[in-house]
Design a protein around this ligand. Structure first.
Ligand code: ZN
Ligand code: ZN
Length: 545
């Protein structure tokens, strides 16, 4: 009896809060192709107020991973914001073969939209192919659309997918004019603040300068030599070495070079600061959301790989962009009144040739030769049929019509063709697995291992009839310079997951968390509805209550 009284007193001693507290603003930062290890490798080169402030004053998930393949940009951005994987949100690639249209479609391509802000820029863009809601959509639904949601990136998909279906705006970089542009999905006219920003012509200023290292080049001991055989050269140079005279290297009437340089990150940061003012983000009673995706880390990263002085310099400078952004948020919103998270859409492989040269497993899958040889091989068994409709990277689509001419034989013939293709591909160098549609269909969403990664990345209506997975360290490319990503292996899945500010405790964990845990964590911090297809769980370790 006495014990019962004590318990009830302690329960009622807590006064319930009068209101549900929420941050004024959430800033989601994606760094395209960022490995988790960059936080630690470049640590001593960072300022105290950028990445280190997020790491040391916020919460760091040290063992955060993508939990599906393919680990590429469109699926990565969609998965972070929907809290689920391509099997459910439907963004299975940056582009894929559309079985009805019988052609390749880009993940954010929308034939019903047109560009706004540049006469010929790429603007037939919207999030319409994303099949479940984002955390940003749920914020709009929850607040009766009073919350403002803005997305921005150098890449269109980096802006559009995070901002979701109900966004107030999404902006991306136009390589022809050097301006930020949008589409008719969002507006019929660029807002005044964005037009004023574009009129400053900052892209011209950035491309008139030299890119030199931030610190003396001898201090870049975390990376390999500047003159490396594993790096692609910038067009117009004979060696991949500093300094880069951008005014000389740029092509007339094109701003594309900017996206390979750290100045594109400066540019996006300046655009974000303009949006904070122009859209009055974080100034109302409802929570607003700014989704920023830095793309140049990926665009440069593909060319020079993860151990280049160029990439290290870009991260040292991006750290200053993050510091600048946080300082601006402190001044405009107030420290502790906003929440930030930072992650990546995938990580990246070492240069395969570098691995090979150092007796590590790795290599190049002969994709084009395999394609030709596979077609010839199948002709022996099906002389009067075109068995394969198309091979789209690691996805193979069978020609369903070819088998339908004889309904009695079609099922058996399809099975035979699937087995033949599997056996042929499994005999090729660098191919580790071939999964057929019926194997994946019968698998469980939460299955372990590589097969589980493929199941979570496979959408039954959009993906192919067979999926190939390479061995670790292998990818399909002819070039011994530069690198890529897309595999289910740790070098492609392991990304930073940092949380900071309102509602977030200081600390870190080495516990495994899939990337799909980010969206439900933000939903819980915001006290709003979960994204419709969410399969992740909130990260309880970081909750500040
Ligand atoms: Zn990417
Ligand atoms: Zn990439």
């Amino acid at each position: 009896m006495f014990l019962l009284v004590v318990i009830s007193v302690s329960v009622f001693a807590q006064t319930p809060p009068k209101n549900i507290e929420r941050p004024k603003l959430v800033v989601g930062i994606m760094v395209d192709q960022m490995r988790q290890e960059y936080l630690l490798r470049y640590y001593s080169k960072f300022s105290d107020t950028g990445f280190k402030r997020l790491m040391n004053d916020g919460f760091m998930v040290k063992n955060g991973h993508y939990n599906y393949a393919p680990t590429v940009t469109g699926p990565g951005h969609a998965s972070v914001y929907t809290g689920t994987t391509p099997a459910i949100h439907g963004i299975i690639g940056n582009a894929w073969y559309d079985k009805q249209l019988k052609k390749d479609v880009n993940c954010v391509e929308d034939p019903n939209q047109m560009v706004i802000g540049s006469p010929e820029g790429n603007g037939d863009v919207s999030p319409w192919r994303m099949m479940t809601s984002t955390v940003t959509d749920e914020l709009k639904l929850f607040s009766q659309k009073k919350s403002k949601v803005i997305g921005m990136s150098i890449k269109d998909r980096g802006a559009v997918l995070p901002a979701g279906h109900m966004a107030d705006g999404a902006y991306w970089f136009d390589g022809k004019t050097g301006s930020f542009i949008t589409s008719t999905y969002y507006t019929d006219k660029m807002p005044a603040w964005a037009e004023k920003f574009n009129n400053q012509k900052l892209a011209d200023k950035y491309l008139s300068q030299e890119w030199k290292t931030f610190y003396p080049i001898t201090e870049y001991t975390e990376s390999g030599p500047d003159d490396s055989p594993y790096e692609r050269k910038f067009a117009g140079t004979d060696r991949p070495t500093f300094p880069y005279d951008l005014a000389k290297l740029r092509k007339p009437d094109s701003y594309d070079l900017l996206s390979f340089t750290p100045f594109a990150n400066d540019y996006l940061t300046e655009f974000a600061k303009s949006a904070l003012d122009g859209e009055k983000l974080g100034q109302a009673t409802t929570t607003d959301f700014l989704a920023i995706s830095y793309s140049s880390t990926d665009i440069l990263g593909h060319s020079v790989g993860p151990t280049s002085v160029e990439l290290e310099d870009m991260y040292i400078r991006l750290d200053r962009n993050i510091a600048d952004l946080l300082k601006t948020l402190d001044a405009k919103i107030g420290a502790g009144k906003y929440t930030v998270f930072l992650t990546a859409d995938h990580a990246v492989s070492d240069v395969a040739q570098y691995l090979k040269d150092n007796r590590m497993p790795g290599g190049y899958v002969a994709n084009s030769a395999n394609k030709v040889n596979l077609q010839e091989y199948l002709k022996q068994y099906f002389p009067d049929k075109d068995v394969i409709e198309t091979i789209d990277g690691d996805r193979i689509y069978l020609n369903q019509r070819a088998f339908q001419s004889d309904p009695k034989a079609s099922g058996i013939e399809m099975l035979v063709a699937t087995e033949l293709i599997t056996n042929f591909l499994m005999a090729q160098d660098g191919i580790a697995y071939v999964f057929s549609e019926n194997v994946l269909r019968q698998g469980r969403f939460d299955e372990d291992g590589i097969k589980g990664m493929v199941i979570r990345g496979y959408h039954p209506k959009r993906s192919g009839d067979l999926v190939t997975i390479t061995e670790a360290g292998w990818y399909g490319s002819g070039s011994v310079q530069g690198t890529t990503h897309g595999s289910p292996y740790k070098y492609d899945t392991h990304v930073p997951m940092l949380f900071f500010g309102f509602g977030v405790k200081k600390g870190s964990t080495v516990k495994y968390h899939p990337i799909t845990d980010i969206a439900p964590t933000i939903s819980m911090l915001l006290n709003i509805t979960l994204p419709s297809g969410c399969t992740g769980q909130p990260i309880v370790e970081l909750m500040d209550n």
